[in-house]
Design a protein around this ligand. Structure first.
Ligand SMILES: O=C(O)CCC(=O)C(=O)O
Length: 350
């Protein structure tokens, strides 16, 4: 079954990549240098959450407007938990037999199904080029969706670490959404109220070394579907964000967490805060790990620009959308940057 092919297996001992992983020239990362410093001349901003609110709010406002992304430092999540979870996830992918890992294989017929997988989209029709990536997707919140027995039992500390991390990410996201709301002059609960109860998924992505980083992508260009994503990566590097038409590498910042504004927050803020288009490139020598924590609305929630950000001089830029419909269009059309969000743009010239 094609859904069961793992990149980690096919990457072993090859010098060329199979044709279905070769990107069309327009999507190729160009010559990928192993020296990350060469590529990172512009940096995603970093916000120190231990600073006074007077300096945090403008920093967040600027980052969400100009980048749709920012690192947070001094965020309060224990460094030991970040290190331990990174190590446990890497160990799952790297140290254990494939036959044991495949016992956790996700269902390739359902989008975002929980478990060990390799393909972002269900239908091969729309996914003509595959990502150079394996992943493990965990359904973590609300608690009614959380079933740790569906997560790896090796290494032994994996499940407990993942559950603790999920709780820490929820608390951090609540704090960040409050700051993001206040930075727009809205009441602190405004964005969280618009999103409603969080549907949280955690995806650990594992990018095996790739013999042709110039022809492949670890993860295709996309913006995240939900409201807000928190991402941690290891020190290998490979995440790029699209800024003013240019792909910029995001330097791994030790112990920082990267905040990515996602599509629903762009709608809720009526375009004041921008979703972040990003992708992952591969490299020839080192496996790379990232852990993304997505916070999405329930499928039954209707998302629209908040009334406080809409006026005669600032009309709604997006039509409202039922999150269920947004999800199914994203998964059936393929992301290609943020084209699914662009489809909701209203013509404000009339
Ligand atoms: O691996 C990365 O740095 C990016 C991961 C990502 O964008 C995702 O999981 O959606």
């Amino acid at each position: 079954m094609e859904g069961a092919v793992r990149v980690q297996i096919l990457s072993q001992g090859i010098s060329e990549v199979p044709s279905q992983y070769i990107q069309p020239p327009k999507n190729r990362p160009g010559s990928v240098t192993e020296n990350i410093a060469d590529l990172s001349c512009k940096h995603v901003p970093a916000v120190d959450l231990s600073s006074e609110k007077e300096s945090v709010l403008p920093a967040i406002r600027e980052a969400c407007r100009d980048w749709g992304a920012f690192h947070v430092i001094n965020h309060g999540v224990p460094t030991k938990l970040l290190d331990d979870l990174r190590r446990a996830c890497f160990s799952f992918f790297n140290d254990f037999p494939m036959e044991d890992k495949l016992k956790y294989a996700c269902n390739p017929n359902f989008a975002a199904s929980e478990g060990y997988g390799s393909r972002l989209l269900v239908s091969s029709e729309n996914e003509t080029v595959l990502d150079w990536r394996d992943y493990f997707d965990h359904h973590t919140l609300p608690l009614s969706r959380r079933n740790p027995s569906a997560w790896p039992h090796f290494p032994p500390e994996y499940r407990e670490l993942m559950a603790n991390y999920s709780d820490e990410m929820k608390a951090l996201v609540q704090r960040l959404l409050a700051l993001m709301s206040e930075s727009l002059g809205l009441k602190a609960s405004c964005i969280e109220d618009a999103v409603g109860e969080f549907y949280q998924n955690i995806t650990a992505s594992y990018y095996p070394p790739c013999p042709r980083p110039d022809l492949t992508l670890g993860l295709q260009s996309h913006s995240d579907i939900g409201a807000i994503t928190l991402l941690m990566q290891d020190n290998v590097g490979g995440l790029q964000v699209l800024k003013d038409g240019e792909w910029l590498l995001v330097d791994p910042l030790p112990n920082a967490i990267l905040v990515l504004v996602a599509d629903q927050t762009e709608i809720i803020t009526n375009g004041q805060y921008k979703t972040c288009v990003h992708r992952a490139v591969t490299n020839a020598s080192k496996a790379r790990l990232s852990i993304a924590t997505f916070h999405d609305p329930a499928k039954t929630v209707r998302i629209s620009p908040v009334s406080d950000l809409v006026s005669k001089s600032s009309p709604p830029l997006y039509s409202s959308v039922l999150y269920r419909d947004y999800l199914s269009s994203w998964y059936s059309n393929a992301p290609e940057g943020k084209r699914n969000l662009d489809k909701l743009l209203l013509d404000t010239s009339k």
